[in-house]
Write a protein that binds this ligand. Sequence first.
Ligand SMILES: Nc1ncnc2c1ncn2[C@@H]1O[C@H](COP(=O)(O)OP(=O)(O)O)[C@@H](O)[C@H]1O
Ligand SMILES: [Mg+2]
Length: 259
Amino acid sequence: MNSNNLYCVMNTKGGVGKTEITKALAYALAENGEKYKIYEFDLCNSSYNYENSEYFNEDVAINISNTEDMMNLAKLTLDYLDKEYNIIIDVGGGADAINVSNMLAKTNFQVKYIIPVSKSLKSLKNVVETIELIGKDKEIYFVLNQVVDPKKIEDEFMFFYGNKKRQITSFKKQFNYPFTSLPYSVFYELSDAYGMYIGDLAKLSQELDFETAANQFREEHIIKNNDVEGYEQSFASYLNSIDANLVTKQILSNFSVLV
Ligand SMILES: Nc1ncnc2c1ncn2[C@@H]1O[C@H](COP(=O)(O)OP(=O)(O)O)[C@@H](O)[C@H]1O
Ligand SMILES: [Mg+2]
């Protein structure tokens, strides 16, 4: 507990899961009783990714749209030296990755770099580019993102694992950094649409067992208000919560190597 890690989630490519991985990591830290701050360096995207959740709100998330923004850099340094917080930097693509790696290169901070890896062969070029930006000798972890079936991960991530029969050389062997994975789920976006994180959505089914929930919804909607639609809605949220909970369990288990 109270480990004081500085994580930097980085990939020169956009849309590979940097923000989703940042959230999963923060969630794993929170469930471990750790404090964290999220610094979002995103020149292109000024939309807030971290709000409305028990896990993400304006108290933990700082948005920086400019690496020249010395005040925020000073704040990050203070938080790092404070030792009370884990810091996660969610870096935007392209120029953001270059700017942040240059910025961190000027410090002697002990950084754990996390690089999202997707299934596409083309995107592995971005992984190589990102490793070169960071420096090969740094502490680097890969997170294979959007794993549908953990039992078939070697097929899903054929270009990462390599495949002898198909004569695909192994990226994993070439780079040999430790790695873990983030499960694919529609519930990240579904809970986001409700203004929550998947961890918030999972809470309902963690706190109420199925039978109690069903009775409660019946009492509240049918018996008191004769509101079938309201009952069905509550029931659907509960079922979504069960699925969300399965995903959060996987996140906690997979990310225990990082926290
Ligand atoms: N493991 C996943 N399962 C399902 N959807 C995902 C997953 N990872 C990312 N996504 C979705 O893909 C989109 C891009 O992901 P995001 O984390 O925003 O990428 P980046 O920050 O690298 O640009 C988002 O809509 C996000 O919710
Ligand atoms: Mg992002």
